[in-house]
Design a protein around this ligand. Sequence first.
Ligand SMILES: Nc1ncnc2c1ncn2[C@@H]1O[C@H](COP(=O)(O)OP(=O)(O)OP(=O)(O)O)[C@@H](O)[C@H]1O
Ligand SMILES: [Mg+2]
Length: 512
Amino acid sequence: MTAVPSPPTAPKASADPATPAEGPQPDPAVPADLRPLAKGTLGRRLVLRVAVLVALVAVGLSAVVALAAYNIQIAQVDTRLDQAAFRATRDGPGTDGPGPGGQEIGTIIAVQTSSAIYAQILVDRTTNDRVQYLTLTDAAAQQLAALELESGTKSTIQIADYGVYRVTVKEGSNSRVIVALPLNQLASAMTSLVLFEALLAGVVIVVAVFATRSVVVSSLAPLNRLAGTATTVSNLPLESGEVEGIVRVPLSDTDPVSEVGRVGLAFNHMLDNVEGALAARHASEVKLRQFVADASHELRNPLAAIRGYAELTRRERAEVSEPMAHALTRIESESDRMSRLVEDLLLLARLDSGPALEVKRTDLTEIVLNATSDARAAGPDHKWSLALPDEPVWAMADRYRMHQVLANLLANARTHTPPGTEVQTAVTVEDGMAVLTVTDNGPGIAADLQPAVFERFTRADTSRVRRQGGSSTGLGLAIVAAVVTAHSGTAGVESVPGRTVFTVRIPAAPGD
Ligand SMILES: Nc1ncnc2c1ncn2[C@@H]1O[C@H](COP(=O)(O)OP(=O)(O)OP(=O)(O)O)[C@@H](O)[C@H]1O
Ligand SMILES: [Mg+2]
């Protein structure tokens, strides 16, 4: 259905009486998708990325620190191991120091010959407050016997039954000495270090997330306000031309030092530009309308005079030559047509500059009755019928203009359809709207003409009236649309060959 919409309602922003003097402010209800950390927002992505980055840096740093600490510790153990190996090969067990041979508690010393291995561990016997060497278990001794290590080098190994050890080998002429120091202290120190680092990394990540969050939220707040302003502006009915006080980005968000401020500033400049262009366009439209209204008004008097003089010549027409009489008749009919055209243009110009209506509580059924009776008189060749409810249908309407709407629709049904066409006029109330329909079973309106049928000067080239030399201007439906729109209503048409329905809806008024 082709329809003429009612005028857009005034924007909330400019209608709000609480609006401060410097102009309407952006709608504070920023949509959920504009919240700084909503799903998919730049803010959320920034916070997540910083969190991941901080986590990676924390893990990397922890690993480097742990590795460095481990290497330092191992270097110390290796020094002690060298000393232990030196003592073991120089003195043999039990000469000086805290343990036999000055060795540390836990030191393993093994002497391996081509046929056997003799392995011992220095232990602390707390029961009798003495230290002493104990023979290693067979499994451990066998493992040391099988150890493949170059003389003087060191390695970390797991010795069965005893744990993790740092081990070195000294090759003698017909034997080799294997010395090992326990690493259990180093392992527990490393475990504590790694646990501490993990805790520290967790704290750093949490602090980083919260700090980034607050920085991101405060940095993006102006951007969100800007988006809110853009949303408010995009909801304004700019197409109506008459737009005042377009919302601006607050001055605090237009500091050109910051990136967002620059966007805000550019946005405000753009809005200044748009507002200026709209104002200029509106002013020129107003001027043009005024010109059409003035011109139409000024044309009325000379036209009335021409019509009057043409009428005066009627009586004399029998006395003048036939071509002269024909010319006088044409002058009369064309001046009639031009008067109607001028009246229509004047009405449209007035309706364009604001609803020039005398609105009263009006019974539409009465208008339908009168207009149909006029149409019946004007088109006796058509079949006119009515479908009216028993009760009156009330609407706040300009009685004279609504009569004109119906008269235009009925005139179309009469002039653009062949004799014998059935035309039905109906009025009802639907969902609080008074609905007027004019239905005919004529040839219909061409599909390509339908979308523009309510526009000014739209006429079908094949129009019957024009073929018959009648006075069709193409303003009838434009007036229908303008009057109905001024009543905050809609007008539409549905047409196929054999059925054309014009529908007019205006708000109904409550009954008695
Ligand atoms: N009921 C109808 N059946 C067929 N065609 C129609 C009907 N009503 C309107 N039209 C088509 O729509 C065109 C526009 O109608 P509109 O009333 O605006 O102008 P008009 O009737 O040609 O001229 P005016 O009403 O100004 O004298 C018409 O020229 C005609 O082609
Ligand atoms: Mg018409």
